[in-house]
Design a protein around this ligand. Structure first.
Ligand code: MN
Length: 156
């Protein structure tokens, strides 16, 4: 039979850990508080703007931002160590994994890119596209960049 003190500890310690975590404060990042940043030419083709970047505090690994691509703009080929979720909010876009068909994506579509899968995403040739991008970091890293997507690969 367990000693009463052990039973007490088993009941109270998890509650204590929850209390310690609850001391962190809720953070509201206000709309427009962040300046948009341009997607660097090294990793993107065309004009790309990132707003609303966010990053969870450890042990959370989640982070991301809202990415807007002008018509014809796209990422370079890349992978994410723990995968990525894209939620399209505006326009018409495209996504493709290496060796797969290019797929059209539209507002409301949710795309899952599995860990380590080489892919690109961006706008369609005739329409801009905005998506929210969410990924978890592994050892502080969320993306490994590769070569640009050629005009032929992009499909025009
Ligand atoms: Mn990606």
């Amino acid at each position: 039979m367990l000693a009463p003190a052990l039973i007490f500890a088993a009941m109270v310690l998890p509650f204590g850990a929850a209390l310690a975590q609850s001391k962190q404060e809720v953070v509201v990042q206000r709309a427009g508080a962040q300046k948009p940043t341009a997607g660097p030419a090294q990793n993107f083709t065309g004009k790309v703007e990132v707003t609303g970047r966010f990053q969870g505090t450890p042990p959370a690994r989640i982070g991301g931002g809202t990415v807007s691509f002008e018509a014809g703009a796209r990422t370079a080929w890349h992978t994410h160590p723990l995968g990525q979720t894209l939620m399209v909010t505006q326009g018409v876009g495209r996504v493709q994994h290496w060796g797969g068909e290019t797929q059209e994506i539209r507002p409301g579509d949710i795309v899952w890119i599995p860990p380590g899968v080489k892919h690109w995403h961006g706008a369609s040739p005739a329409s801009a596209m905005t998506h929210i991008a969410i990924s978890e970091s592994l050892d502080g890293k969320t993306v490994d960049w590769m070569e640009h997507v050629s005009e032929q690969q992009y499909g025009r």
